[in-house]
Design a protein around this ligand. Structure first.
Ligand code: SF4
Length: 490
């Protein structure tokens, strides 16, 4: 059994945020950030980085810092702004820090599953933050338990920390490499162990991980937008299958796993990443604008105004307007202050979640033919509610245009659509979806159009939820999904 992690820990338990998600789209996964400065305190920079990554997870946030002798940890349920007070940040001294924002895709939204995770190892305390999903976590956990190791949480991340901690390798690098060879699926990880900052990524490079520099110090982040926030600059993408070690000897890149096939998640380009992020050398806003232009060529319709579903449809709506010549207007206003927890006055009100978050501008919509642009349709319920809202506001026609192809298959790599049955496009034809969301017409971007807009070789992208070609083996039904490790614990 592993010994408990040493060092000061401060994990405060508050109820998990719950309530109505306003949109039934794909849900973000997690964000990771890590830095090893040349003397400046790390925690304030990690804190800024997590603010920039907040869109990737709003359930919990945490930072661990190492002061040369002890590892300190603050994590809690809620947004970065709620978790970190000046007092809590001051309790995180040291020039090495890692941070995490979480949306749960394996394990419940609870303080036990909040990250970073700490684990005692032969080399000191490991503090680790992970984005992605392991498809063989239940098997690995079973064998670790059979060997006498105890688990405190129900997240696959703890499997990673245990594999590193229990490795019989002679060095940290070999222990991490041993772990990388055993885990399967999607993972980008930042971690600190003793005086080292570590970053590593799965062999397919499914989830993003970039390296930057802040005042000469190495920094790693899920997205490059966090470098802008911390006054840093983008340096490179951490390669698939690569381990980067930053210590007193400098920065070393070690190619641990052979790259069989690069498979960057296409939905980072379509929806997850912030528009100001550079992904694979491309600005996300510009890519989405190209998606909108191609969508207008492929799915034209006479109309008076193009409006976006805020915020994720905004760039594609601009592109649709560019190409079609139809003016792009702001027709739906998003209330940014509702938060995730609010009390529904009338539980039978089916459209409440959307109405409290979105309000239409009557002068833009009434009496006009509207092209409504969104990034995707998952279950279809939000699309129907928005179409109804536009009709109640007086729209003459509502034409829905989607800047991605239909989502037909589950994702096993850290996105919250692990069940195919939840996906409306796996059950209904496009015409049936149109009727179900009550639109006048419905048009999707083609696969060729999507790949053309991104400008990458299709073989370098994961398109599995669109075409069913998974870049790795797929998990069994029992091993898939958010509660795979809870089912084991029950
Ligand atoms: S299956 Fe879809 S959402 Fe999941 S990693 Fe692949 S492209 Fe991204």
């Amino acid at each position: 059994m592993s010994a408990p992690a040493a060092g000061a820990q401060r994990a405060v338990t508050t109820p998990a945020p719950d309530g109505l998600p306003w949109k039934d789209g794909m849900r973000e996964e997690c964000g990771v950030f890590g830095i090893r400065t040349q003397g400046a305190p790390a925690a304030p920079l990690v804190h800024l980085g997590l603010y920039a990554l907040q869109h990737r997870g709003q359930e919990s946030a945490g930072i661990a810092a190492f002061d040369g002798a002890r590892t300190h940890l603050v994590k809690d349920m809620g947004l970065v702004a709620n978790v970190f007070t000046p007092e809590r940040l001051a309790a995180l001294p040291g020039r090495i820090g890692v941070g995490h924002v979480r949306y749960s895709t394996m394990g419940t939204a609870s303080i036990e599953n909040a990250q970073p995770f700490l684990e005692q190892t032969p080399w000191g305390v490991l503090a680790l933050a992970h984005n992605g999903n392991l498809i063989n976590a239940p098997d690995l956990r079973r064998s670790l338990e059979a060997a006498g190791h105890c688990f405190r949480a129900t997240s696959d991340t703890e499997v990673i920390t245990k594999l590193i901690a229990t490795s019989r390798a002679a060095t940290v690098e070999e222990a991490v490499a041993h772990c990388m060879r055993r885990i399967r699926g999607a993972y980008t990880v930042v971690a600190m162990l003793g005086d080292r900052l570590l970053a590593f990524r799965d062999a397919n490079g499914i989830r993003p991980l970039v390296q930057g520099a802040v005042a000469g110090a190495p920094v790693f982040s899920s997205e490059s937008c966090a470098f802008d926030q911390t006054g840093g600059a983008y340096v490179r993408e951490v390669g698939p299958g690569e381990l980067v070690v930053c210590d007193a000897d400098g920065v070393r890149q070690i190619q641990v796993l052979p790259v069989v096939r690069r498979s960057a998640c296409v939905f980072e380009h379509i929806y997850f990443a912030r528009p100001d992020t550079q992904l694979d050398g491309r600005n996300v806003h510009q890519v989405r604008r190209r998606m909108g232009r191609i969508l207008a060529r492929e799915q034209p319709v006479p109309a008076d105004a193009v409006i976006a579903v805020p915020d994720s449809g905004a760039s594609a709506a601009m592109g649709y307007a560019d190409e079609s010549g139809i003016p792009c207007e702001v027709g739906l206003i998003k209330n940014r202050y509702v938060g995730r927890t609010f009390i529904q006055p009338d539980p039978s009100s089916r459209d409440f979640g959307v109405r409290v978050k979105l309000n239409p501008i009557r002068d833009v919509i009434a009496g006009r033919r509207i092209v409504l642009v969104d990034d995707s349709i998952v279950r279809g319920t939000t699309s129907r509610q928005i179409v109804r809202m536009l009709r109640h506001t007086g729209a003459r026609e509502v034409h829905v245009r989607i800047s991605s192809p239909p989502i037909l298959n589950a994702c096993y790599y850290g996105i919250d659509t692990s069940s195919r049955g939840e996906l409306v496009a796996s059950r209904l034809s496009i015409e049936e979806i149109r009727a179900s969301i009550e639109a006048d017409t419905l048009g999707y971007l083609s696969m060729d159009g999507l790949v053309q807009a991104i400008g990458m070789v299709p073989d370098d992208l994961c398109l599995a939820c669109l075409n069913g070609r998974y870049p790795t083996e797929t998990p069994t039904e029992a091993a898939a999904g958010r509660h795979a490790l809870e089912a084991r614990q029950a």
